[in-house]
Write a protein that binds this ligand. Structure first.
Ligand code: AQP
Length: 333
């Protein structure tokens, strides 16, 4: 039996190089593995957990779906869809809410971080890991490729699955988070102590968006915060976090070993050289994506057709498990 892979991205902004390295780039590789059945989702219901401008959200959903295609995800090989097009997620999320202790949600570190930035904390922000558990569990998922920040949420999904199975009998597969060894946490370019994040990408210098023009990418990287030294080596020293982050970006995009990366910079004359070469590598990786995206986003009719096709496939996979869960919980079908 093939292993089922499920992962998603919020259309809360254009994805940044952290989302690309930590998630999307790995999805494309996973798609080519004949032992895997891949499902990738634009998790638009998650984006609603913080205030969104409706027209902007709609644009971001379309842009993100087009970006899936632009990076090379193929709707004939993978299931690509928009979360709100398949009602299993909202319905299943509610059913799982009714077996999830509130105390589990209060422990989520992402909620603690994100809620501090909100004037009004919406219930959905606290509850969104349960919706994420529904995304994963109703598809009988084995593996969830994510960045480091989402590990705790996948662990919550495992706990929910175990609790359900205990109370209602063997139902859900217990999913595994799959975190990359390198690039699981790309840091902000203006502050390498914090994670690069879509919701902060509007701050100048924070992130490289995958659709940024080459000039903009170069400018952002040249301004990236480093330290006062000149040593170009991987390091766990917090003072060298900026250089370490640039080297990690370079390493994940070139696929080289750490030693080979350091050897590449043996002749570099300071951080200026490092930044220039990192910018070249980032531009080489993102430029074809940006160009492809430009083509895909123009054809709204085709995007809608592919979204519908993906939603139908997703419904076929998740609907039987939803019915099974409803039946086990005592609802009349
Ligand atoms: N900085 C990062 N480095 C590596 N991977 C990352 N991911 C996110 N940030 C980094 C991974 O990208 C996938 C999609 O993330 P998401 O859209 O579900 O939201 P997120 O994790 O909350 O990402 P952001 O960019 O910080 O978005 P906002 O600001 O909107 O919340 C996930 O696999 C995530 O691990």
């Amino acid at each position: 039996m093939k292993r089922r892979i499920f992962s998603g991205i919020q259309p809360s902004d254009v994805i940044h190089i952290g989302n690309y390295i930590g998630a999307v780039k790995r999805w494309v590789a996973s798609q080519e593995d004949p032992e895997r059945d891949n499902i990738f989702c634009v998790v638009d219901l998650h984006a609603l957990t913080v205030k969104q401008e409706p027209e902007e959200l709609r644009r971001h959903i379309l842009e993100l779906f087009a970006l899936f295609l632009a990076v090379g995800l193929d709707p004939n090989k993978s299931t690509l869809f928009v979360q709100s097009h398949v009602t299993t997620h909202a319905e299943g999320g509610w059913l799982l809410n009714c077996i999830t202790p509130l105390g589990w949600l209060n422990k989520m570190t992402q909620f603690k971080d994100k809620s501090q930035k909100q004037e009004t904390i919406l219930t959905g922000l606290l509850d969104y890991p349960v919706l994420m558990a529904a995304d994963i569990l109703f598809y009988d998922t084995h593996e969830v490729p994510v960045g480091e920040d989402q590990k705790q949420h996948v662990e919550l999904a495992r706990n929910i699955a175990e609790r359900f199975n205990f109370h209602y009998g063997e139902t859900f597969i217990i999913p595994e988070p799959v975190i990359p060894q390198i690039g699981a946490r790309i840091m902000a370019l203006d502050d390498p102590q914090i994670k690069m994040s879509k919701s902060m990408a509007a701050n100048k210098g924070h992130a490289i968006r995958v659709l940024d023009e080459p000039k903009e990418i170069e400018r952002t990287i040249l301004r990236a915060k480093t330290d006062s030294g000149s040593d170009i080596r991987f390091s766990k020293d917090p003072l060298k976090a900026g250089v370490n982050n640039l080297l990690t970006i370079y390493q994940t995009l070139t696929g080289k070993s750490a030693d080979a990366v350091e050897a590449d910079f043996a002749d570099a004359r300071g951080y200026g050289d490092l930044k220039k070469r990192v910018a070249e590598v980032v531009i080489a990786a993102t430029d074809p994506v940006r160009k492809q995206h430009h083509q895909f986003i123009k054809d709204r009719g085709e995007l809608e057709r592919l979204m519908k096709m993906g939603a139908e496939k997703a419904r076929t996979i998740s609907e039987p498990r939803l019915q099974d869960v409803k039946q086990k919980m005592g609802l009349v079908l």
